[in-house]
Design a protein around this ligand. Structure first.
Ligand code: 13P
Length: 309
């Protein structure tokens, strides 16, 4: 197996040779973030994929993220290093079930969180990410009935913030559901000055503890504030790399799960992406994301409506 420096070099060479770029989510391993051309939250990554000047996009992330890139860049080859890297949220909404729900609720618009399969997006009226969810929902007429898919936690957060009464799909992110009030309060008692920054995929009682709730990009920007010197990080642990890069003088505390021996809460799926499988994927130009054209076009409509707002 190549050493990390060799791998970094070999990846850089392949990127140049093949006109490839690497997009990575903040939750990936720090070594992966270091070889990426762009690291961002789901919204920024979708926007980047739409305008990327490259022949190949390697998506260092989970399947729904790479599918979004392919939907927006049909002429580019989109590679996903680990095909089985999925997302519990995306898995919690099956396209056939959504088709039935649409039939049962013909007067509802379907707003889908970007953490969904491409087949679910194809049945969606408008997508959103955690960065723009409030804005997207507020942009819809107040009397419009909405079915929000698939995250019940993000959905109930939006309902609380906007005063809407969207019907919520019963899905959740298994990783964000692991954050507990008890463990956050324990950390807060050790670090009373620390701000609690929470991703809205967490349970409502956890979001209620937040000094700030928002997307990964929103959380990172909030850390720039003068009055934020210490932070209790209530989202997936991979974000710590970017936090410490941007704010080396601030202190960050990761939350332990209530059960088990782990010291922090991580998404096993996204952590499957490594320098080794990135190198191999670029070399072989496989696995490639392939989407049936009629599904891609329908999904593109839902994502484009989001990007245009
Ligand atoms: P962000 O849009 O905040 O990056 O969240 C993505 C995600 O998958 C959270 O589980």
């Amino acid at each position: 197996m190549k050493k990390q420096v060799d791998l970094n070099k070999a990846i850089e060479e392949l990127k140049r040779e093949k006109r490839a770029i690497i997009l990575a989510h903040y939750y990936t391993n720090s070594q992966v973030q270091q070889v990426a051309d762009f690291v961002g939250d789901s919204l920024a990554l979708s926007e980047k994929a739409a305008v990327a000047d490259a022949d190949i996009i390697l998506f260092a992330g989970v399947r729904f993220m790479a599918e979004t890139a392919k939907v927006l860049s049909p002429d580019k080859k989109v590679l996903l290093p680990v095909v089985e890297a999925g997302c519990s949220l995306a898995d919690s909404c099956d396209a056939e079930e959504l088709r039935r729900a649409r039939e049962e609720n013909p007067d509802h618009l379907v707003v889908s969180y970007v953490n969904t399969s491409v087949e679910v997006k194809a049945l969606t009226d408008i997508c959103c990410t955690s960065s723009n969810a409030l804005e997207i929902v507020r942009s819809l007429p107040e009397e419009q009935k909405i079915l929000f898919v698939p995250d019940r936690n993000l959905g109930s957060y939006i309902n609380r913030c906007t005063g809407r009464n969207m019907k919520l799909w019963d899905g959740c992110c298994k990783v964000h559901e692991e954050f507990s009030v008890a463990k956050i309060e324990e950390l807060k008692s050790l670090h009373p000055e620390a701000k609690v920054l929470v991703h809205p995929e967490c349970k409502p009682e956890v979001v209620a503890l937040a000094d700030y709730a928002g997307s990964t990009a929103g959380i990172l920007s909030y850390c720039a504030r003068e009055d934020v010197r210490e932070v209790i990080v209530v989202t997936e642990s991979g974000i710590l790399y970017e936090m410490e890069e941007r704010y080396p003088d601030k202190k960050f505390y990761l939350v332990e799960p209530e059960e088990g021996v782990e010291k922090c809460i991580s998404c096993r799926d996204i952590k499957k992406v490594t320098l080794e499988n990135i190198y191999q994927t670029l070399l072989e130009e496989s696995p490639e994301v392939v989407i049936e054209e009629s599904v891609r076009k329908a999904a593109a409509g839902a994502i484009q409506r989001m990007l245009k707002r």
